[in-house]
Design a protein around this ligand. Structure first.
Ligand code: NAP
Length: 259
């Protein structure tokens, strides 16, 4: 399907690996020029070069931590005037409700709520002026149903979801659509880190931890970054112009909900 966005320009935060990379690649395949970002320069430059040569799009790589104000300023400078914004950052560590203090919450809120809000605040006005824009925030299935060991994620991402619910309706009259994509478990480094924690805790191998988790998912497998990216690119397409303020679960049926 032609997504109708060839020649547009996107910022994809935290995109040298995993779900962010899946989004960057699907947008590149649709002919979108990119600003990619991650902290580690090697993987970022390598993936930027691969997308440039595979899809013939322009790719600028900005290596920095998006959760810091310096990093945000650097990325915003490079991304000024983008048509598409994909917000993403690393997820907070697991733990128990009694483990976290104020500083842990501030860190999680910075990464998974205040950073995407800062990018929207900086980049939405130009989209509204042009009368066209798309924002996709990568959040988590934990917004629909809490994951007990990810209390920091449950809290920060639900805060972002509340902000988006109101903001999406304020910018929609200007042709700008904001939606959230809620990943369930996908085969990425983040999933490996969570599975190795379970493996250590239960004295089992990481393969056993993975198989046990996959068995709880109706699709009986983890999602892929390509599937996730394709959904993101569709939300950024011309065809998705009537989708506003939605929270779309990509979880293989794992969250047991009627709606
Ligand atoms: P991942 O495989 O670990 O990849 C994370 C990417 O983000 C890497 O490119 C990493 O590169 C970059 N990154 C991390 N922190 C950053 C920062 N502060 N500034 C700039 N770049 C940063 O993670 P993922 O699985 O794709 O997950 C992406 C998001 O989705 C996370 O918030 C995660 O919690 C959430 N999520 C994932 C799953 C899943 O199953 N995978 C499920 C639910 C929610 P550098 O390390 O070089 O910076």
């Amino acid at each position: 399907m032609d997504l109708g966005i060839r020649g547009k320009r996107a910022l994809v935060c935290a995109s040298s690996k995993g779900l962010g990379l899946g989004c960057a690649e699907a947008l590149a395949e649709a002919g979108v020029d990119l600003v990619m970002n991650a902290r580690g320069v090697d993987a970022l430059e390598a993936e930027a070069a691969r997308l440039r040569s595979t899809y013939g799009v322009d790719v600028q790589a900005v290596a920095c931590d998006v959760t810091t104000s310096d990093g945000q300023a650097k990325v915003i400078e490079a991304a000024r005037g983008v048509d598409i914004l994909v917000n993403n950052a690393g997820g907070p560590p697991p733990g128990m409700w009694s483990d976290w203090d104020r500083d842990d919450f501030i860190k999680a809120l910075d990464a998974n709520m205040l950073t995407p809000i800062a990018f929207m605040k900086a980049l939405l006005p130009a989209m509204m002026d042009k009368g066209w824009g798309r924002v996709v925030n990568i959040t988590s299935q934990s917004v629909r149903a809490p994951i007990a060991v990810l209390g920091l994620s449950n809290a920060a991402r639900t805060g972002l979801t509340g902000y988006v619910a109101g903001t999406a309706r304020q910018v929609a009259p200007h042709g700008v659509n904001i939606n959230n994509l809620l990943p369930g478990i996908h085969a990425t480094d983040r999933a490996d880190a969570l599975d190795s924690g379970v493996a250590t805790q239960q004295s089992i191998s990481i393969d056993e931890a993975r198989a046990a988790r996959a068995a709880t998912i109706p699709a009986r497998r983890y999602g892929t970054r390509a599937e996730f990216g394709a959904t993101c690119a569709f939300l950024c397409s011309q065809q998705a112009g009537f989708i506003v303020g939605q929270n779309i679960l990509l979880d293989g049926g794992a969250t047991n909900l009627t709606m």
